[in-house]
Design a protein around this ligand. Structure first.
Ligand code: UN1
Length: 514
């Protein structure tokens, strides 16, 4: 069934494709310049594709293509670029089901969540189309007579997008759709774990491009490769912006390399998100939000809930209800519509989960539920786990680390200010939530003295953000903002223009220089 799906997609046939290192279906391989990459499905661990990764010279060529494409793209009016993105969105709408099936196949998330991810791509396309007529700057009064000041936003240049396995289409789209309407060409280096998703997206872009002969072919390119390809992209001064999503160590490398050449980086790194549940909370709502945020995508979202900070007066009740709910969660094949928890991405993810559970136990934590591997008949190569609930003290080292797995640490608090302090005591700062019906608590949580994260929610879980807001976080999360609001400004360069329409040349600050 798996190989059939890959072949049905029929996405690899165009010889003019800008896809570097063509993909082959099961058991076929193209000769190429570089090492092979074996792609497996987390569903049962079987091989679904073999690639030859891009070589250094191929990557260099991609960068050169992107520079040329940028020169033509920046001359195309933004609303025209928006028309292209509108058609890209239509194409994703048309292929939504198939694309979702591919996400499920390659990264193991359940079909409902995969459909949600494709919807995120469609939504950001719509957003970008609107934006293509709103890339406006300010006009500013001048201190000098007969002068006028204004800001313009111009296209920036080729943008490199480095994305992670857990959102193999949406995060690229947040970046690429905005970058393209802003007039930038895009080079995408997807995770080595999910190259097929990237190729499927690229093939839809290429298909849509056929309707737009005035647009440059290389406005979007995909490079399949390992960290060495990432390094070439981050080092190259022809790429003014590198947008990277993934682990903190990866982000640190990207940021350091890009900073060496004084380029820009836009980072969305670790999560390790927390939620405070206060005594006034609507427990039914909180329960639903906790479960989706903690176990959705098998705990492998950047926005996954990992730290539940609960008032001592309701902690026992919440814990026992969570244990009961966890016990009933269907774990299994993500293509089965009844499943709510699919597999972890791979063995390494499973091992890291076990290490974290052991460390939590050593730090005095009590495992109330789960953590063990679940063997599914016929899918022994997949890593399925029971999501785990661990009660632990808020200061334990393991709680401060992001483990990409369905681990939920429960921490008790007695005073709300203390809860916020516990909440903010980790190095990461992506998403946060409070469940409360107490206005003072919710306002405090949202205030400057409250949550220190980029996303702070009230009576909503930590995951599942809409595309309309700016997405990203502080501290080790990297400070970047992608997707909605004014995140588009990252993909443009601002010029401040001062225009003199008078007959004199007065200097600012009243300086006389006669
Ligand atoms: C991510 O995990 O990198 O808010 C992105 C969410 C999704 C995006 C997550 N809309 O959970």
């Amino acid at each position: 069934m798996i190989s059939q799906l890959v072949e049905q997609l029929d996405i690899y046939s165009d010889p003019k494709s800008k896809i570097i290192s063509a993909v082959m279906g099961r058991n076929r391989r193209l000769s190429g310049e570089s090492a092979p990459l074996r792609v497996t499905t987390p569903i049962d661990g079987s091989e679904i594709a073999l690639f030859n990764m891009a070589s250094k010279s191929q990557t260099e060529q991609v960068i050169t293509n992107a520079v040329d494409a940028f020169i033509s793209l920046r001359a195309i009016p933004a609303p025209k670029r928006g028309e292209f993105i509108r058609e890209v969105g239509s194409s994703f709408r048309k292929h939504k089901q198939k694309l979702a099936e591919l996400i499920t196949l390659e990264c193991g998330k359940i079909l409902q969540e995969s459909l949600g991810e494709v919807q995120e791509v469609i939504d950001i396309c719509d957003f970008a189309v609107g934006l293509s007529r709103q890339l406006h700057g300010l006009t500013i009064v001048s201190e000098r007579p007969n002068h006028r000041m204004m800001e313009q936003w111009h296209p920036l240049g080729p943008v490199a997008v480095i994305s992670a396995f857990n959102f193999p289409m949406a995060v690229w789209a947040w970046n690429a759709m905005l970058a393209i309407v802003c007039g930038d060409s895009v080079i995408w280096k997807p995770s080595e774990k999910t190259p097929l998703c990237a190729l499927a997206c690229q093939s839809l872009i290429e298909e849509t491009l056929k309707q737009f002969p005035e647009l440059p072919d290389a406005l979007s390119q995909v490079v399949i490769g390992d960290y060495s390809v990432g390094e070439l992209l981050t080092r190259d001064a022809r790429i003014p912006l590198v947008s990277a999503t993934g682990s903190v160590p990866m982000g640190r490398k990207v940021a350091t390399t890009v900073a060496q050449r004084l380029g820009r980086s836009l980072l969305e790194l670790g999560g390790n998100n927390g939620m405070i549940v206060s005594p006034s909370a609507d427990i039914e709502l909180a329960l639903r939000a906790i479960v989706f945020s903690a176990v959705g995508t098998c705990g492998q979202r950047c926005t996954t809930l990992r730290r539940l900070i609960v008032h001592e007066s309701i902690a026992d009740e919440l814990l026992s209800r969570l244990v009961k709910t966890y016990a009933g969660l269907p774990i299994g094949d993500p293509t089965n519509p009844k499943t709510l928890i699919g597999p972890l991405i791979d063995q390494q993810a499973y091992e890291l989960m076990q290490v974290a559970i052991d460390q939590a136990r050593e730090a005095g934590g009590t495992v109330f539920y789960g953590g063990e591997q679940i063997t599914l008949q016929g899918k022994e190569g997949g890593f399925y786990v029971a999501p785990t609930l661990i009660e632990i003290g808020g200061t334990a080292e393991v709680v401060k680390r992001e483990t990409f797995a369905p681990i939920l640490y429960l921490i008790r608090y007695s005073d709300f200010a203390e809860a916020v302090k516990i909440h903010n005591s980790v190095p990461q700062g992506l998403s946060s939530a409070v469940f409360t019906n107490d206005l003072r608590e919710s306002e405090f949580f949202l205030s400057a003295a409250g949550s220190d994260c980029g996303l702070a929610n009230v009576n909503i879980g930590t995951s599942g953000a809409e595309i309309g807001g700016a997405f990203g976080g502080e501290k080790e999360t990297g400070g970047g903002r992608e997707s909605g609001s004014d995140a588009w400004k990252n993909y443009m360069r601002r010029t401040t223009n001062t225009i003199n329409y008078g007959h004199d040349i007065p200097l600012a600050q009243g300086i006389k220089f006669d």
